[in-house]
Design a protein around this ligand. Structure first.
Ligand SMILES: *Cc1c(COP(=O)(O)O)cnc(C)c1O
Length: 494
């Protein structure tokens, strides 16, 4: 058979990958029924389910197809039926990530039409939609018109982008690395050190600024360290502040840090991956005051905006540095250059950051998921007010928990929460306190009504409640208090 005959035969044969409208409707019904049953059961499911030993065999890919129902059964048992139920209103571990429902629909729509969000010429609407999400958040943070940003897969990649922009802005070359000092605290998220390492800056002198009595960066100590480094002939170039540490939710003193960054011509980066969302409510905005003066910041809509996992954001005050960090071209993109001044992907310098629209000019990625839709759809159909209200409520819930846990016999806490994380522990009358708290954490996890995680603070084993579920309300905090009190009594009585 010649090639043409073979192709004719193939064209006439059935095409299992080209689903008909009927097949699609049937599949969609099965998926929606599954998703609905899951949503309805979120709060009655255990917050944690152990892993299964037979999952690899069940999840393996085979030549023979199975029905969608069978595939969903496998998903239910081996994926959705194992591990942490992060969408539960009683999930208080790490930093909870909400997954409000329209976020999932945004992802579905984005994947279904597959709009190309990397290049403006290919997806002008998708690009502009993402620009609006970024611009709206930039305004909320008080960043100027010159600011540019990128929607990333999460905080870690956003951190990398911010660090690379800072590196470009200060023109730090390989030969400068050992002379340019970086300042952070021991509570700075490890994503920042990872970003520094990936950006080739691991050999920068790394200073860990002591914390003050409220676990915030001690600005007097920072000033002394900067002076000592200047004295030694080094160049202080980057301060990494946290606006909501993961351990404690503490916010570093952003205004004095911004003053100092100005005085010493340094780059102030604020890691607001967790805490940034609180800028949307009055009280949160007050607690984050000064963030508008940073040179860059990151925030995770998959934390503070209750969106499904997979969306972070970097904002750079002077968008030019982000553009310089990532603007690049290939010959195969030349067709895109004739698209008119705005949509074009033109060789520099004609399209600087003011004209450039394409996400790829501000991102290490070219082809990327159309992540903006999972943020835009929920915000458009609910409006912003419910997000502001929910965030305000989380701050109140943290204050409430803080007041209550201190009233339960045996429990101590640190300073009042800056945002929505509360660290606490039990001080037993006898025996090893760390051991007691470790057993308490285990007993709480085994009980299954709530899920929380622990950390080590001043070398002391510490429990923490992180409150950020969009549907976490007073009743959930009361259950948490009840479980914690009950388990501590049981252990103390042993
Ligand atoms: C979650 C978090 C990060 C990392 O973000 P990912 O989305 O997990 O990559 C960085 N900094 C802080 C303060 C965080 O809470």
């Amino acid at each position: 058979m010649n090639i043409r005959d073979r192709l004719e035969a193939i064209q006439k044969a059935p095409h299992p990958l080209e689903y008909t409208a009927d097949q699609r409707a049937k599949m969609t019904r099965a998926v929606i029924a599954y998703a609905e049953a899951y949503r309805e059961s979120i709060d009655s499911r255990p917050v944690y389910m152990p892993e299964r030993s037979d999952s690899d065999a069940a999840l393996a890919i085979h030549e023979e197809p199975v029905s969608i129902e069978e595939a969903l059964d496998t998903l239910a048992e081996h994926v959705d039926g194992t591990g942490q139920n992060t969408v539960s209103s009683r999930f208080f571990a790490y930093i909870p990530s909400g997954a409000i429902y329209p976020g999932a629909l945004g992802d579905y729509l984005a994947a279904n039409s597959n709009r190309y969000a990397g290049v403006a010429y290919a997806g002008p609407g998708a690009t502009r939609l993402e620009r609006q999400v970024i611009r709206w958040l930039a305004d909320e943070f008080g960043y100027p018109e010159t600011a540019r940003g990128d929607l990333t897969s999460g905080g870690s990649i956003a951190a990398l982008s911010a660090i690379v922009a800072a590196r470009e802005a200060h023109d730090i070359r390989a030969r400068d690395v050992e002379q340019t000092a970086i300042y952070q605290t021991t509570l700075t998220h490890h994503a920042m050190s990872k970003a520094i390492k990936v950006a080739g800056l691991e050999d920068c002198p790394m200073r860990f600024v002591p914390l003050d009595e409220n676990y915030r960066m001690n600005t007097a100590a920072l000033e002394r360290m900067i002076a000592a480094d200047l004295q030694a002939g080094l160049k202080p170039w980057l301060t990494i502040a946290s606006a909501g540490t993961t351990d404690l939710g503490t916010v570093d003193p952003l205004r004095p840090l911004a003053d100092m960054a100005e005085e010493f011509s340094m780059w102030l980066h604020v890691d607001a991956a967790y805490g940034g969302g609180f800028v949307l409510c009055e009280e949160g905005k007050r607690r984050l005051a000064g963030i508008e003066r940073s040179a860059s910041l990151i925030m995770n809509p998959h934390k503070g905006l209750f969106l499904p996992t997979g969306i972070g954001m970097v904002l750079v005050r002077d968008g030019e540095s982000l553009f310089r960090a990532y603007h690049a071209r290939g010959t195969y993109m030349q067709d895109l250059e004739s698209a008119g001044p705005e949509l074009a992907l033109s060789a520099e310098p004609r399209a600087g950051p003011e004209l450039a629209l394409s996400a790829c000019d501000f991102s290490p990625e070219l082809t990327r998921p159309f992540r903006g839709l999972r943020a835009w759809l929920p915000l458009k159909i609910a409006g912003v007010a419910p997000f502001r209200d929910a965030l305000e409520e989380k701050l109140l819930l943290a204050e409430y928990f803080y007041d209550r846990i201190r009233q339960i016999d045996g429990f101590v806490t640190g300073p009042p929460p800056d945002l929505s994380v509360v660290a606490f522990r039990y001080v037993p009358e006898r025996g090893d306190a760390d051991e007691f708290n470790r057993r308490l954490a285990e007993a709480i996890r085994d009980d299954g009504r709530i899920f929380l995680s622990t950390t080590t603070l001043d070398d002391v084993y510490t429990l923490r409640m992180a409150i950020l579920g969009y549907h976490t309300h007073l009743k959930d905090i009361d259950i948490a208090l009840e479980v914690i009190e009950e388990k501590s009594r049981e252990l103390a009585a042993q």
